[in-house]
Design a protein around this ligand. Structure first.
Ligand SMILES: [Zn+2]
Ligand SMILES: [Zn+2]
Ligand SMILES: [Zn+2]
Ligand SMILES: [Zn+2]
Length: 664
């Protein structure tokens, strides 16, 4: 592979440093090399480490200790030493140039790596039991990946396992440097350049070399636009020399979504490297962004993979996706949710006690559920306050998941100093008892109650002698909501509910001072078939259903708002992030629930557009995904350790059984 050379030591194998991008510093380099700043110079100019004082390096100590493969120059470092190349601690130096400085003969600059070393170690570990293990990348940029992996992992050490050479054969040693690098282009070439002054490929600034990309901390930006580019279109850019127009030797290196080209003109030695994406540490940013975007939006890797394969769009392996997820994406989600939740709780603390609604969602109906998630919704703001994931085997079966989930939610709010005024739930006896014991006022959710009652009424209306009920089903349903929502107290709810018993018999005044008379207009249907007849079987059966002791007790405790329908909406939203047919590990499931909650909290209160007569559904916004991306790229990916620890603080129950170990 062609590489750049030190201007003074073409055979030097030590770390090479390209000209800095900063114009002022670059000019200082050029002055050091040429004594003045030349008009034209070899675009791939580089210097080896021997031309810099020890203070010029960020990581000399780590490098000498063998922890860094590559020396990294400090910003603004300028070469000052014109010496022989130093290959190791034993090497002696002799002054060549006019510089008065000299590297000490016992220089500790020794090279543990060389240019042709693989620049990345990718650890592919089978994930069985989370176990923290640090694996430093070979780069000295300080990116440290933490793998939760099985102790024994397979290692692949080539950065580009699928290197593919171009059809143009590369002969001999590939790069045949002129005796001295060309400094000034001859006139013929210069005049050619003048013909095409806009050819930016000639501008040394635009020459992106691997060295400069890796050594200079890039500012990765996820908001940069990306395009679908055909390989044949890309190759066109490199096929001929921009200086002398000769056909070039083109090599490509690929790594999933990443591709890099090197171009060498064998006639004029023009050489450049180009890569399709920024590389941070040793990770092509596109691979990471694709993993993150898939995860954050609740997408399915497998589905995406099918689409990509269908059009030969390059994509990373599932294993890579999982490594990204485990090391960076999931810690990002956990941290973001914790922050969001803390902010919401702080806001609500100022308003005193809170009224909340709570409900449980099991991943499968009945008692076979693996996971249950208990959600607490703050009714006034319609925001999810807390969410607890419970695995059935940690609580002795799925029957107990709801109570444990509720308990953990209430504990969480309590420990954050948020007192619950009352809670709206459904009427599971276990929950009733628990809240009574905990001395928390409970109301029953109208939505759940009405659904249960309507189901029974529906069944009854299909029975012989009860046909008259059919016409009443809708009214009774509305009456449930109306009784609950329009009332100030429990007895008022019951009074309104009881009025129905008269009303269905065409009687509209009632012996109850809380609700003495129906509120509808006096004019009612004269069709006797519409009303229930006193003493009829139909009336008897309906009364038994609507006015038994249990129902009356429930009516009294119906909640006067029905925000748990919001919880139902949230529960169906979860399906978009965690489809029921996919089995997720505990943390994976938790992260998907948090993502659903973040999406819900951002979009729950979208105003309906009122510009047209018909309400228009407003498209959801996705600001939280931007926040997640920023957190991932600028914080978690740079220093994953604290975020991994935050994730690690979550107690993870042991897997339910081996059948759930399938990757998802
Ligand atoms: Zn050198
Ligand atoms: Zn050329
Ligand atoms: Zn429930
Ligand atoms: Zn009436």
């Amino acid at each position: 592979m062609p590489t750049k050379r030190c201007y003074f030591h073409p055979d030097c194998r030590s770390t090479l440093f390209s000209l800095p991008r900063d114009g002022e510093v670059r000019d200082q380099w050029l002055k050091f090399i040429f004594n003045s700043v030349p008009q034209n110079y070899y675009p791939n100019l580089a210097l080896c480490a021997a031309h810099f004082t020890e203070e010029s390096f960020h990581n000399l100590r780590e490098f000498n200790a063998g922890f860094a493969q590559r020396l990294v120059l400090k910003d603004g470092a300028v070469p000052t030493l014109k010496t022989e190349a130093v290959y190791g601690p034993q090497a002696t130096t002799s002054q060549q140039g006019a510089s008065s400085q000299e590297l000490p003969t016992t220089s500790t600059l020794h090279e543990v790596g060389c240019q042709s070393d693989p620049i990345e170690t990718e650890t592919v570990a089978t994930e069985i039991k989370p176990k923290m293990r640090s694996v430093g990348t070979q780069l000295s940029m300080g990116i440290q990946a933490i793998y939760y992996g099985h102790d024994v992992g397979t290692q692949t050490t080539d950065m580009f396992p699928d290197v593919q050479l171009s059809s143009t054969p590369v002969r001999g040693s590939v790069f045949r440097p002129s005796k001295r690098p060309r400094l000034v282009f001859d006139e013929e070439e210069e005049s050619e350049l003048n013909v095409e002054p806009t050819d930016s490929t000639y501008n040394p600034d635009s020459v992106v070399t691997e060295e400069s990309e890796l050594a200079i901390d890039p500012q990765p930006d996820h908001s940069d636009n990306k395009y679908i580019v055909f390989e044949s279109c890309l190759r066109e850019l490199f096929v001929s020399c921009p200086i002398c127009k000769t056909k070039c030797v083109v090599q490509s290196r690929r790594r999933r979504t990443f591709v890099a080209f090197t171009q060498l003109c064998e006639k004029c030695n023009y050489y450049r490297q180009w890569q399709s994406q920024p590389i941070v540490g040793s990770t092509p940013l596109g691979n990471l962004l694709l993993s993150a975007a898939t995860y954050f939006t609740g997408g399915s890797f497998k589905q995406l993979e099918k689409i990509f394969k269908a059009m030969k769009l390059q994509m990373m392996h599932f294993v890579t996706f999982r490594i990204h997820a485990r090391n960076f994406i999931e810690p990002t989600i956990i941290h973001q949710w914790n922050q969001d939740q803390l902010n919401l709780i702080r806001q609500l603390q100022e308003g005193g006690n809170v009224a909340v609604a709570g409900d449980m969602r099991a991943d499968t109906p009945g008692h076979s559920a693996k996971f249950g998630s208990y959600t607490i919704l703050h009714m006034e703001t319609n925001k999810i306050l807390d969410l607890q994931l419970v695995q059935s085997n940690e609580v002795g079966g799925s029957y107990h998941m709801e109570k444990v989930g509720l308990k953990r939610c209430l504990d969480k709010l309590e420990s954050n100093g948020l007192a619950v005024d009352y809670i709206v739930t459904d009427r599971h006896p276990q929950i009733q008892k628990y809240l009574r014991d905990r001395n928390i006022t409970q109301f029953y959710d109208v939505w759940h109650f009405e659904k249960g009652l309507s189901k029974k009424l529906d069944k009854l209306s299909k029975m012989k002698d009860c046909e008259v009920l059919k016409k009443w089903l809708h009214s009774i349903k509305n009456h449930v909501y109306w009784s609950a929502i329009s009332s100030e107290s429990g007895p008022e709810k019951v009074a309104k509910w009881n009025s129905l018993q008269n009303h269905i018999q065409n009687v509209h005044v009632h012996e109850n001072h809380l609700f003495p008379k129906c509120e509808h207009p006096d004019k009612v249907s004269r069709d006797p078939k519409k009303w229930f007849q006193p003493g009829s079987i139909a009336l008897h059966k309906v009364e038994k259903l609507l006015y038994n002791k249990r129902v009356l007790k429930d009516i009294e405790k119906l909640s006067h708002n029905f925000q748990t329908s919001s919880l139902e909406a949230f529960h169906s939203l979860i399906l978009r992030f965690a489809p029921k047919n996919v089995i997720f590990p505990f943390i994976g499931m938790l992260c998907r629930l948090y993502l659903a909650a973040m999406h819900y909290n951002e979009n729950a209160n979208r105003e309906q557009a009122t510009t047209t007569a018909k309400p228009v559904k407003i498209e959801p916004t996705y600001n939280h995904i931007d926040d997640l991306m920023s957190l991932l790229l600028h914080k978690v990916f740079v220093d994953p350790k604290p975020y991994a620890e935050e994730l690690h603080a979550i107690p993870i129950p042991p897997p339910l059984s081996s059948q759930y170990e399938k990757p998802s």
